[in-house]
Design a protein around this ligand. Structure first.
Ligand code: NAI
Length: 387
């Protein structure tokens, strides 16, 4: 991948001690498509400015707040092209709205917003304004996830019958939110996180991954939410039974308290003539099983993979690629999608099927339906926005 001219990136959030902002910075750098030139990195303006300078950012572009960033960048000739939002969920909407209204493209963390009202409004704003809004559903950056998607669409496992998707984590198995863990503190506060605990934080990834690979649209669901850590205000474990349009069934499990699982994202798709299995802790492999017991290991980097997988591959088989490369694929994809729109052409393979505001809205609508189902103790049929 090569780029004649880099896009200029700004960032909101992701300051000292934050988690995902650093992953964004590494990912944006990997292929040289982006250059980080401005930021309002911290909820504390002074800390944010100091952090910006530690990242080599010009003092004039080391902002205290996102409002200052917008005011400072808006009229510059070399203004940022896009701004990445790496802040807690409840801030995504006001920050994204202000950026879009000022004419910037946006790369937003998931879940798109903390409430369904904000998600509907933001998706509409993105559509009406024509601004690009990419959403960092990390797992759709992996080449072997794309390979599975292409092969399912080609009919290699026949009609899909069932989808099993899970995202178990263990880091919130105790009440660390009451022991000074900043990341856990906002994630367990409904006002900052939104209504769905584990289901909003990581269930949204699993939901997107399942729909992304199968192309299936969700029709109805019934959910059981549990809070295992005493005193926690939101679910930390979710089981969701799903019914897709056309009759396929799905089971989704998200958990923040599943001891033994560091980041165990796993997808299994079962069709009439075969199945695919992908596990993010072995992301270079896709397991393909066919009728009569034949099992094949498809490896990243192999010659006969799809153009979509090849576009997201940098090293030959045996030289593992992983999380950072997958995240970088999203960044390369967002750059290509933005450039293609500016040039008035179709994006190349890396810029196709990148997650956007509509995928973000669907994720928030999914969380809303899950919480409604669990609280009402009955199945929920999804409205058209959620399918
Ligand atoms: P964090 O708590 O580690 O970091 C949040 C950062 O945002 C901090 O630096 C804080 O000072 C800053 N901040 C808060 N409000 C701000 C404001 N108004 N202006 C400027 N900066 C502000 O949070 P974490 O874990 O990095 O999560 C951030 C977002 O990323 C969340 O929406 C989360 O769901 C998402 N996330 C996504 C992941 C993925 O795989 N795509 C993985 C982890 C988190």
């Amino acid at each position: 991948m090569s780029y004649q001219q880099q896009l200029r990136l700004g960032m909101v959030g992701g300051g000292e001690g934050a988690y995902i902002g650093n992953i964004h910075r590494l990912a944006a750098r990997l292929d040289g498509a982006w250059q980080l030139v401005a930021g309002a990195f911290d909820v504390d303006p002074a800390r944010g400015r100091v952090f910006a300078q530690s990242q080599g950012i010009d003092t004039a572009r080391s902002y205290g707040t996102y409002q200052e960033l917008i005011a400072g960048e808006k009229n510059r000739k070399d203004r940022v092209d896009a701004v990445a939002i790496c802040t807690p969920n409840f801030t995504h909407y006001p920050i994204a709205k202000a950026l879009i209204e000022a004419g910037f493209e946006v790369i937003c963390e998931k879940p798109l917003t903390a409430t369904i009202e904000d998600a509907v409004a933001l998706e509409k704003l993105a559509r009406d304004s024509g601004r690009f809004v990419g959403v960092t559903y990390t797992y759709s950056g992996y080449p072997m996830v794309h390979e599975a998607r292409v092969r399912v669409a080609k009919g290699e496992i026949g009609k899909v019958r069932s989808v099993q998707v899970e995202y178990p984590l263990e880091w919130m198995a105790t009440a660390i939110e009451r022991q000074g863990n900043a990341q856990a503190a906002w994630r367990t506060d409904p006002k900052k996180n939104g209504r769905g605990g584990s289901i909003g934080d990581i269930g949204t990834h699993a939901y997107h991954l399942a729909g992304f690979v199968t192309g299936l649209k969700l029709e109805a669901l019934t959910a059981d939410l549990a809070t295992f850590v005493e005193g926690r205000a939101l679910d930390d474990n979710a089981h969701v039974m799903m019914r897709y349009v056309g009759g396929a069934r799905g089971l989704l499990w998200s958990s923040q308290v599943a001891l033994g699982n560091s980041n165990g994202v796993r997808l299994r798709v079962f069709g009439e003539t075969g199945s695919f299995q992908w596990f993010q802790e072995q992301p270079n492999e896709l397991v393909y099983s066919q009728l009569h017991g034949r099992v094949q290991l498809i490896k990243r980097g192999a010659d006969d993979l799809s153009a979509d997988a090849k576009a997201r591959t940098r090293t030959p088989p045996g030289h593992p690629e992983g999380y950072l490369e997958a995240f970088a694929n999203l960044y390369a994809g967002f750059a290509e999608a933005i450039r293609a729109r500016i040039d008035g052409r179709e994006p190349g393979p890396i810029g196709r099927n990148v997650p956007t505001a509509y995928d973000g809205l669907k994720g928030v609508a999914f969380v809303e339906a899950v919480v409604d189902s669990a609280q009402g103790d009955k199945p929920v049929w999804l409205t058209p926005i959620a399918v």
